[in-house]
Design a protein. Structure first.
Lengths: 113, 113
């Protein structure tokens, strides 16, 4: 057993990404931010779906298809569809995110052997 | 956007399970308990992996292969392997869980069309 709010890093130059659990089609990550934001002009453009929640601190996301930022406080969660371009415009110090990345597997199909 | 800690049910006779997001191989659920425990002699025996975290309140889990309960406070998370039998022996009022159920897909294989 581990605790999501323990062993928070301090003094790191960047964000810390840690995989808490993973399956063939899913990855659960803790992300700890300390004020980092996405570089100017950078957009995340991911092939996976991402469900993300802020569990400590606060953050702002900007979706390319929206005019204004989305503010996230503790408990706020969003589902980001694959290739929906977005960037992080604010994070608190610290901000603890929990993110679940997953593939729908719709590009192929599965069968039993 | 929604908030995990809002719209908590009150006065329900049972636990409330809500799917927050899902993919072909993954399901993200909020579970709200109000003191419920597993019935005597009942064991969860799931075909999926379950990663679960307590985010409000507290709980105790008992794994059949362990002699003592596992105590879960806020932020504590565990990964429960498929078919690892377990039961809930205590929940606070309320207890908010976040659970990610996922399949490894190892029973078959996937291919592109």
């Amino acid at each position: 057993m581990a605790n999501l709010f323990e062993n928070l890093p301090v003094g790191l130059p960047g964000e810390l990404f840690e995989t808490l659990a993973r399956g063939k089609h899913v990855r659960i990550e803790r992300i700890v931010s300390h004020g980092q934001v996405s570089p100017d002009g950078f957009w995340y453009d991911q092939s996976e779906s991402e469900w993300v929640i802020v569990l400590q601190g606060s953050a702002r996301l900007r979706f390319e298809d929206e005019a204004a930022d989305t503010e996230l406080g503790v408990g706020d969660h969003v589902l980001i569809a694959p290739h929906r371009r977005h960037r992080v415009t604010h994070t608190g110090t610290p901000t603890v995110w929990l993110a679940v990345f997953f593939q729908d597997g719709s590009a192929g199909h599965c069968r039993k052997d």
